[in-house]
Design a protein around this ligand. Structure first.
Ligand SMILES: *[C@@H]1O[C@H](CO)[C@@H](O)[C@H](O)[C@H]1NC(C)=O
Ligand SMILES: *[C@@H]1O[C@H](CO)[C@@H](O)[C@H](O)[C@H]1NC(C)=O
Length: 436
């Protein structure tokens, strides 16, 4: 049925053809998504009604501190004293959507491997049944009383459940992004997954939507949370509140009490330096390449008017972002502006050096030019706009290993860390077959 419809779609040309095509694709997508959801719920979550016994979590899941060989610092009197700073390894990273979080995940994966940490991964897919609230029974091989160091896959945050999974000394971290940019990105990436967008006319659906959001938006519609206050939603809060509702303030207070560090995409290097300071990491742990970046031509630049509309439409996220932008710069002040500038310069220099060592040509390339399938990034529905990298040839062994990990897209890295992603991969094959 699909291939028949598709070949019919392909033979249509012109504007009408495009409309038919997008309707066909919508139909197929809807059917597929529904089947997938049913499949997912039937097959991979047999413990839906199984209540997990309560066992108190341990205080810490770090190995003995001596295993970290605390740095020895030579002091003025030529004696050695042990530095009290021991890297924190128990980490909850709330992976928000469209916020460079794949790049950050790559950093966490490498840190976890270096210290042999135990990740709490989802089973059979790369998220914790988003958008339903996180439940610890969704963690792969979970048994009450187990020790996990890191959780970092997409979830809809559910503080009490997370607290019942991770040790008491866990550091909570997350990342935010300017809500106008985030909305543009989310519309590009997820727009087609929300059926209400299919009826938006014209080629520039984003602009049309922002001009008349109330006309098109369907608050109860399938996947519609992707297109309104997505950040607030990811924190497990109600994204449909009015911005002056007291629950919005409460939500922001809840986030600032729970999370030690809220990073900002716009100041990614600064965020990493604050992270290093808060968790006592090393500069080596922060090296990164930007993963999952979009081809420049597919990024639509918002005009000041559209930007204002996007912020108004996502008013809760805008309030959230402004709050944490303020606390962020207070933290930078406490760290020292000059010290921060020096550290950021150092990190940028090290990243540039790594890029010239690891990356063929020194820059990202389009999907079609990526030679190794291991390096192919996951693409949004309907196009190949996400860039990736080619690993340089003839690297020496030590560099080859690090470079490969730094460049590896999330899905491949998860597989390498032992997560079985059959649902995610099945979905990928279906898309390959219908050439989505
Ligand atoms: C260096 O070590 C000595 C002896 O342990 C100690 O008294 C002194 O305070 C240390 N100096 C610094 C700068 O840490
Ligand atoms: C974030 O804070 C900085 C420093 O206070 C300020 O210059 C900047 O305009 C703020 N950004 C936003 C989007 O509010």
């Amino acid at each position: 049925m699909f291939s028949g419809c598709l070949s019919f779609c392909r033979t249509m040309t012109g504007k009408q053809g495009r409309q038919w095509r997008s309707m066909c694709k919508g139909l197929i997508l809807g059917t597929l998504l529904t089947s997938c959801m049913i499949l997912v719920y039937c097959v991979s979550n047999p413990q839906v009604h199984f209540s997990v016994p309560e066992v108190p979590v341990p205080y810490s899941c770090a190995h003995r501190p001596s295993q970290f060989h605390p740095k020895l610092i030579k002091n003025s009197s030529e004696k050695y004293t042990a530095h009290p700073c021991v890297p924190k390894v128990d980490i909850m990273f709330l992976k928000t959507h469209k916020t460079a979080s794949s790049t950050f995940l790559n950093i966490l994966f490498r840190f976890g491997e270096k210290h042999r940490l135990k990740f709490a991964f989802p089973d059979s897919r790369n998220d914790f049944f988003y958008p339903s609230f996180f439940q610890r029974s969704q963690v792969k091989d979970y048994k009450p009383g187990m020790c996990f160091n890191i959780i970092c896959n997409h979830m809809r945050f559910n503080a009490p459940e997370v607290a019942k999974l991770l040790p008491v000394d866990t550091s909570y971290i997350t990342i935010l992004r300017d809500p106008a940019e985030l909305f543009e990105s989310s519309f590009h990436y997820f727009g087609r997954l929300a059926p209400f967008t299919w009826k938006i006319p014209g080629d520039d659906k984003l602009t049309e939507f922002l001009l008349h959001p109330h006309e098109y938006f369907d608050p109860g519609g399938f996947n519609s949370y992707y297109l309104k206050n997505l950040l607030f939603f990811d924190f497990g809060l109600d994204n449909s509140l009015e911005v002056d509702d007291p629950q919005v303030e409460e939500g922001i207070r809840f986030i600032s009490d729970r999370f030690q560090l809220v990073m900002l995409v716009e100041y990614f290097e600064e965020s990493l330096i604050l992270l290093k300071d808060a968790l006592c990491w090393e500069m080596d742990d922060l090296l990164f390449f930007k993963l999952n970046a979009r081809k420049g031509s597919t990024v639509s630049k918002l005009t000041p008017e559209l930007r204002a509309r996007a912020l108004e439409w996502n008013a809760i996220d805008w309030k959230l972002y402004q709050h944490f932008n303020q606390t962020f710069w207070k933290k930078v002040d406490a760290y020292g502006r000059q010290r921060m500038a020096a550290d950021v310069a150092e990190l940028k220099k090290r990243n540039k050096e790594m890029a010239s060592i690891c990356i063929e040509g020194g820059h990202p390339v389009e999907a079609a030019s990526i030679q190794e399938t291991d390096m192919q990034p996951w693409q949004p529905i309907g196009e190949k706009s996400i860039m990736g990298y080619n690993l340089k040839k003839n690297l020496d062994k030590a560099h080859w290993k690090l470079c490969r990990k730094m460049l590896m897209p999330e899905i491949q890295y998860l597989t390498e860390l032992g997560v079985n992603l059959w649902i995610t991969k099945l979905w990928g094959h279906v898309r390959d077959i219908i050439n989505w």
